[in-house]
Design a protein around this ligand. Structure first.
Ligand SMILES: [Zn+2]
Length: 313
C-alpha cells in the first residue's frame, strides 16, 4: 500500500531500524525492489531522481511505482534530490507521497526559505518533505579530509533548520559521498556528530551515499569490462562498511539511500550475460541475472537495516 515517508519513518523510529530507499529508473529495478520487499515483508521507499524522471518520464515512473504499491507492504513514492521547484511541485500534484528538496548548496536563510515553500505545498496534500543541510558531495569533488569536513552538518544549525522549516526528515552530511567510485580507504562516518545532530533535531535522519560497494559484485563487473575507464576506476573502491551503517542506525538514521549498489549489480549481471550467453537476443533473458543480483542487494540491505519482517499485515 502507498503511504507517506513520515508514517514509515515514525514506525522505524519506534522500532529502532532504518528503511531502504532504492533509486529506480526502469521496470526491472522496480520489480527487483518490490518483489524483495514482499519476500522480506519489509516497508520500502521507492525513489526517483530528477535524472530518472528525465530518462523515463514522470508518468511512466508513477505508473510503475503505483502498481508496485499494490503489494501488501508499505511503499513510499519519493522524489530524490529535488532541486527544481517546478519538478517538486509537479511531483506533489501528481501523487508522490514524499519529496526531497535539496537546498544544501544555498546559504542557510535561502535553504530555509525554499524548504518552507516546499513544505507549504506538501503539507496540505499530506505529502512528506525531506530536506538537507550540510552538503553530501561526490567523491571526485573532495580532495582532503578537511575539505570534506567543511561540508559536514553542524548539529546546532540542523536543530534551527528543522524548527524553522517543519520538514519531516533531514538528510545530513557526516562522511558519506555520492557515486560508485568511493574512496580507496574505508570511510569513517562521524558518528559523534551524528549523535549530536540526533539530539538536536526531532525528525528522522537520512543517510545518502550509503552504498556498500560489494567487492564481489565489483569483481564480477570488472571481469567483463576491464578496458572501460569507468570499470578501472572501480578498482579497489570501498563503500560504507556494514558495521558503520549499523552504528548510524543506532544514532537515529532511519532512511538509507541506495543507488550505486543497484547500478553495480545491474551492470555485473548484464555484462556477464552478454559475454557468456552468445545466443540470447531476448531482453528478458539478457536482464534476468541483473534482476537476480539486484534482488540479492535489496534483500541484504533490508536484513542489515532491520526492516525485514516490519511490514504490518
Ligand atoms: Zn543523495
Amino acid at each position: 500500500m502507498l503511504t507517506t515517508l513520515k508514517k514509515v519513518l515514525a514506525a522505524a523510529d519506534k522500532g529502532g531500524y532504518a528503511v531502504g530507499a532504492f533509486n529506480v529508473n526502469n521496470l526491472e529495478i522496480v520489480q527487483a525492489v518490490i518483489e524483495t520487499a514482499v519476500e522480506k515483508r519489509s516497508p520500502v521507499i521507492i525513489q526517483t531522481s530528477e535524472g530518472a524522471i528525465e530518462y523515463a518520464g514522470m508518468p511512466f515512473l508513477i505508473a510503475l511505482i503505483r502498481t508496485a504499491a499494490q503489494a501488501p507492504v508499505p511503499v513510499v513514492m519519493h522524489l530524490d534530490h529535488g532541486k527544481d521547484l517546478k519538478v517538486i511541485k509537479l511531483a506533489i500534484d501528481s501523487g508522490y507521497t514524499s519529496v526531497m528538496f535539496d537546498g544544501s548548496l544555498y546559504k542557510f536563510a535561502e535553504n530555509v526559505a525554499k524548504t518552507k515553500k516546499v513544505v507549504g505545498w506538501a503539507k496540505p496534500k499530506g505529502v512528506s518533505v525531506e530536506a538537507e543541510i550540510g552538503a553530501i558531495k561526490g567523491v571526485e569533488d573532495l580532495v582532503s579530509v578537511s575539505e570534506k569536513q567543511a561540508f559536514f552538518t553542524d548539529p546546532a544549525e540542523a536543530g534551527r533548520f528543522v524548527k524553522a522549516t517543519g520538514c519531516d526528515a533531514l538528510a545530513i552530511s557526516i562522511g558519506t559521498a555520492h557515486g560508485a567510485y568511493k574512496s580507496k580507504t574505508a570511510p569513517t562516518l562521524d558518528i559523534e556528530r551524528l549523535g549530536k545532530i540526533d539530539a538536536a533535531v526531532k525528525v528522522p535522519i537520512v543517510l545518502h551515499g550509503a552504498s556498500g560497494i560489494s567487492a564481489e559484485l565489483v569483481a564480477k563487473t570488472k571481469n567483463y569490462c576491464e578496458t572501460l575507464e569507468d570499470c578501472s576506476r572501480l578498482e579497489g573502491a570501498v563503500g560504507i562498511p556494514d558495521d558503520q551503517i549499523l552504528a548510524a542506525i543506532k544514532h537515529g538514521v532511519r532512511k538509507i539511500n541506495i543507488d550505486s549498489d543497484l547500478r553495480i549489480a545491474f551492470t555485473a549481471g548484464l555484462r556477464e550475460t552478454v559475454v557468456t550467453d552468445h545466443k540470447a537476443i531476448d531482453p528478458r533473458k539478457l536482464l534476468a541475472l541483473s534482476k537476480k543480483l539486484m534482488k540479492e542487494v535489496v534483500g541484504h540491505k533490508m536484513d542489515l537495516f532491520g526492516s525485514t519482517g516490519k511490514a504490518k499485515k
